[in-house]
Design a protein around this ligand. Structure first.
Ligand code: APR
Length: 313
């Protein structure tokens, strides 16, 4: 009887490789690293390197590379990074034209081969790509989420911890809204182990941290010439683990809204419980008026990119 879970990683690039390493290290399941035919050997080589790593680190997960969707048949989890990452000077929204045909290709194949998978989309522009994935596959809103909030919150938490001079382990904060420059760090609920962060950090410092968080991805693109991959992969693996281990974690994720927070037919970052049934519940937080206004601005930006997507269907 097969008991190991099957994890399909779509895109064997920078994030895909780090995803494979983390999934194997945590023994979440056996991993298939998929890429386009032109990159098949690259995917196979990366997979082999990572599998050999297991005999040093001590994990038994198998990791295989492929360019054949049939190998992903029946996957339990799919994490999608297929696409082109940002270059310096580009916004995530600038990627819509290049990454749209890619997400459509992936969605059509996933629908055929992995209809029951829990799907985490990472490709940018995130909120529009996850919208298009759901539209093409027709999958349920419980089975597909976008990874952004866990990463943006991690950046926010780190900057807060450094400013306050405390352990990053004690800082809890959530970033909601779209995965763009007007994302919404929720200051009213940001705490250092329960104590309001505003008690430790002056307003002007907080404002600067919010600004740095919003541009957090771009800061790395400008330094490296490509987008981040360690923290994005860790964020997606935390979400996959919450599903595979039925952890009921409350994580900020891009989820499909049907009236929550006043938005419909849109994916944006909101707090959701992730467990064995996927997105089990969307949590509505009592936001301040200023936070609601920021969320509205962010939702409008996401909607404008989704409108571009809709025009090309
Ligand atoms: N199917 C599968 N893989 C594809 C497809 C496709 N149709 N098209 C492209 N890819 C692959 C590329 O061949 C490449 O190996 O996706 C991979 C992307 O890897 P990288 O270029 O290293 O990009 P990465 O840093 O991993 O980011 C991927 O995540 O954060 C977002 O903005 C980022 O959209 C980008 C994505």
């Amino acid at each position: 009887m097969a008991t190991r879970k099957k994890i399909g990683l779509i895109g064997a690039g920078n994030i895909g490789g780090e995803l494979a390493r983390l999934c194997a290290n945590k023994e979440l399941g056996d991993v298939w690293l998929y890429d386009i035919p032109a990159k098949e050997n690259f995917a196979k080589g990366k997979a082999l390197d990572l599998e050999q790593n297991g005999s040093i680190l001590g994990y038994d997960s198998s990791i295989r590379g492929t360019a054949n969707w049939a190998d992903l048949e029946g996957a339990d989890v799919l994490i999608i990074t297929a696409g082109i990452p940002r270059k310096p000077g580009q916004s995530r929204d600038d990627l819509v034209v290049t990454n749209l045909p890619i997400i459509r290709d992936v969605a059509n194949n996933a629908k055929k081969h992995c209809p029951n998978a829990f799907v985490i989309v990472i490709s940018n522009p995130l909120d529009a790509m996850v919208y298009e994935y759901k539209r093409v596959t027709g999958c349920s809103k419980q089975k597909v989420v976008g990874m952004a909030g866990v990463l943006d919150s991690a950046r926010f938490q780190l900057f807060l911890a450094r400013e306050a001079g405390v352990s990053v382990k004690d800082v809890r904060a959530m970033v909601l809204g779209g995965h763009g420059d007007d994302m919404v760090p929720i200051v009213s609920m940001c705490t250092i182990n329960g104590a309001p962060a505003t008690q430790f950090i002056a307003k002007e410092k907080l404002d600067a941290i919010i600004e740095r968080t919003r541009k957090g991805g771009g800061e790395i693109v400008n330094l490296m010439g490509t987008s981040a991959y360690y923290a994005p992969a860790s964020a997606a693996v935390a979400m996959a683990e919450a599903y595979l281990h039925d952890q009921k974690r409350l994580l900020p994720c891009a989820a499909y809204l049907e009236g929550e927070y006043g938005y419909k037919d849109l994916f944006i970052g909101v707090p959701v419980f992730i467990g064995g049934n996927g997105v089990e519940k969307i949590v509505q937080l009592p936001l301040t008026d200023a936070e609601k206004a920021m969320l509205e601005k962010s939702a409008k930006s996401v909607q404008s990119v989704v409108d571009v997507v809709k025009k090309t269907t």
